[in-house]
Design a protein around this ligand. Structure first.
Ligand code: PGA
Length: 249
């Protein structure tokens, strides 16, 4: 696992966007795994700038999102589909038919999960997967547990995750308690992973992840140690003072 420390959030976002852009330029029909949350917003902003100013072309790119809240329709402003459209898809030329995001309102949610994995198998493998990290070490919504699921599944969100995301809802009590998430299987099968972390609130979990190299289901991001091509880019606040600045690529 490679680690880089960016100067700040802006620098981290630019490094991440450059990695995505380089991958698309090398392979225009890239299969790109995408994440939501606060962390990747700056990366999306930079990718939109690259699309507008440098002609970065997403027309052949296929995207798979990691997760979605259960019980929320795609046009609900709190859904991750809505987030993706507002913050990225509406501003670049990814074709709507090439966008895959779990459907939190699927009638048969178990069947939907199986179908999502089948689609990833059919169109994948995912060339580059973007990940954030929860303060509890989750990736996607794979929460710390005794056992981690391999396949796409419905998960009961951890208390900490509900607290961290509740503030995005007008009434924090409206925050769904369940979500659909890609499992560790699809994440580990991706060709390349880029995990981003920024801000002081991530410093404790990044220290736990990086301090002694071990793998545990209690810290799902630790499975990245077993991935053949995983990179972490974090800003100085998330990295703490222990790590010196390195530059990407
Ligand atoms: P955040 O969420 O980007 O909003 O911090 C990250 C995550 O929970 O994976």
């Amino acid at each position: 696992m490679k680690t880089s420390v960016a100067y700040d959030y802006r620098d981290m976002s630019k490094m991440a966007a450059k990695m995505v852009a380089d991958a698309i330029r090398a392979r225009p029909n890239l299969v790109l795994g995408l994440a939501t949350g606060g962390t990747p917003l700056g990366m999306y902003k930079e990718l939109i700038r690259m699309h507008i100013e440098e002609g970065l072309d997403f027309s052949q790119v296929t995207t798979f999102n990691l997760d979605e809240f259960c019980g929320i329709s795609p046009d609900n402003k709190h859904s991750y589909r809505y987030y993706m459209c507002q913050n990225f898809f509406n501003h670049v030329n990814v074709k709507p038919e090439n966008i895959y995001i779990p459907d939190g309102k699927a009638e048969d949610i178990e069947e939907f999960c199986r179908e999502y994995d089948r689609k990833i198998e059919e169109l994948g493998p995912i060339d580059l997967q973007i990940l954030g990290i929860g303060r509890n070490g989750h990736i996607g919504f794979n929460e710390p547990a005794d056992r981690l699921k391999v396949d796409t599944h419905v998960v009961t969100l951890a208390e900490e995750t509900i607290r961290d995301n509740g503030s995005f809802f007008d009434d924090p009590l409206d925050m769904p308690k369940k979500a659909i998430t890609m499992g560790l299987g699809a994440i580990m099968k991706t060709k390349k992973i880029l995990l981003l972390a920024n801000g002081r609130k991530k410093a404790t979990i990044m220290a736990s992840l990086l301090k002694d190299r071990h793998v545990t289901t209690k810290l799902p991001a630790s499975f990245l140690y077993l991935h053949p091509d995983a990179t972490i880019i974090m800003d100085r606040e998330a990295a703490g003072e222990a790590l010196e600045r390195k530059t990407a690529g």
